[in-house]
Design a protein around this ligand. Structure first.
Ligand SMILES: *Cc1c(COP(=O)(O)O)cnc(C)c1O
Length: 379
């Protein structure tokens, strides 16, 4: 069976974990946490970085930091993972769902302004498949209406937005806050894991407190305060050094990981493009203002029956391809609270998008087999 995903090990993970264990300090915010945070901050020109136990946790920290309260409204794409919305619902927010673009599952930036009311507090663009949303436009809208932007960059590591002046900005370095995931299905992994990036420095101090259960423990260990006390709300958002040690082995190897993933992505693209055109199947679109980090290779079928045929044919040949999100505005949890209109593109991607196996250890022969199987699907 060719699985949909296989976590890739660089080889150094257990070495660093062994080192962390031997050092006698395996709780959070130690040597490996700091190494990961520094490397990522410098490589991508991020603001302050804090490792978290997941992207979900980083999103929950973001919701606390921007002070989401009962009744505040947050604009979130409907076509995304549950946590993008749930983190704000936990603080009492009403989620206002936005539709996707027609040519990409990312948020339709032109639909945002009409969703803003006096209660709107934040916009949460999701860089689907690691392909940037139109960040100049989104930041402009946010500035005009005095809103915060929290980038859900869970899939966006090592990808860029090319701004109106032609400058490349790493995803996660643009919004006031940004969140990453190192879940085993992402490009760079630690099993479960994530990171909060704080680009707006007004949030730096408080972020550290929320991260450490609402205490000023980090400041205390830097000898900035003489007592370590309960000073705010917070939770246990920081991962142990064992997780950070694993992650460090991955982060160190990011160039190599990305090269391999991109070569797989490109082979899919080049070898499927003719078949796709003949069969009305859409391949991933990367707008001119975005780069591709090969997080995902997906196809957009002409309808759900075509998608079922492809998934079934692959499955009969022992290849696992999977669909993705289900429109959140129609979810059992939110459906009754939803008061907006139908989100046509979100529904279309729900019904027609299929993702193909893409992982570092996928062999050339396996890739050949997957591509051949797709092309031979009987319609
Ligand atoms: C993976 C993912 C998340 C959740 O990440 P975890 O680290 O598993 O909490 C959130 N948003 C998006 C867009 C994701 O792809």
């Amino acid at each position: 069976m060719i699985p949909f995903n296989k976590p890739h090990l660089t080889g150094k993970e257990t070495h660093y974990i062994y080192d962390a264990v031997n050092s006698g300090k395996i709780s959070g915010n130690g040597k490996y946490t700091k190494l990961c945070q520094r490397l990522l901050k410098e490589k991508y020109d991020f603001g302050k970085c804090l490792l978290t136990t997941s992207c979900t946790d980083a999103l929950e920290m973001a919701a606390i930091l921007i002070d989401i309260k009962e009744g505040d409204e947050v604009i979130v794409p409907s076509y995304t993972f549950v946590s993008t919305a749930n983190a704000f619902v936990l603080r009492g927010a009403k989620i206002v769902f936005a539709d996707s673009r027609n040519d990409h599952p990312g948020i339709d930036e032109h639909s945002i302004e009409s969703l803003i009311t006096s209660k709107t507090k934040a916009i949460v663009p999701v860089h689907y498949a690691g392909v940037a949303c139109n960040m100049d436009k989104i930041m402009q809208i946010a500035q005009k209406h005095d809103l915060f932007v929290v980038e859900d960059a869970a899939q966006g590591i090592d990808s860029y937005y090319i701004n109106n002046h032609g400058k490349k900005q790493a995803l996660g370095s643009i919004g006031h806050l940004a969140t990453f995931s190192f879940h085993e299905t992402k490009n760079v992994i630690s099993g479960e894991g994530g990171m909060l990036v704080i680009n707006d420095s007004q949030f730096e101090k408080r972020a550290e407190i929320i991260w450490e259960k609402g205490t000023n423990r980090s400041a205390f260990f830097r000898n900035e305060v003489d007592k370590y006390q309960w000073v705010d709300i917070g939770s246990s958002f920081l991962p142990s050094e064992i997780i950070a040690a694993f992650l460090y082995a991955q982060v160190e190897n990011i160039t190599n990981i990305q090269q391999k993933r991109k070569s797989i992505w490109e082979r899919y693209y080049n070898q499927l493009i003719d078949w796709a055109a003949q069969n009305n199947v859409g391949l991933p679109h990367v707008p001119s203002y975005a780069t591709n980090n090969a997080h995902m290779f997906y196809m957009v079928c002409k309808d759900s029956s075509q998608r079922d045929k492809i998934i079934n044919h692959l499955s009969k040949n022992n290849i696992l391809a999977v669909f993705h999100y289900l429109s959140l505005y129609k979810s059992p949890f939110y459906e009754l609270d939803y008061s907006g209109g139908r989100l046509k593109e979100s529904d279309r991607f729900t019904e027609t998008l299929v993702r193909l196996p893409l992982y570092y250890d996928l062999t050339d022969d396996e890739l050949t087999k997957i591509i051949y199987t797709i092309i031979s699907t009987p319609f």
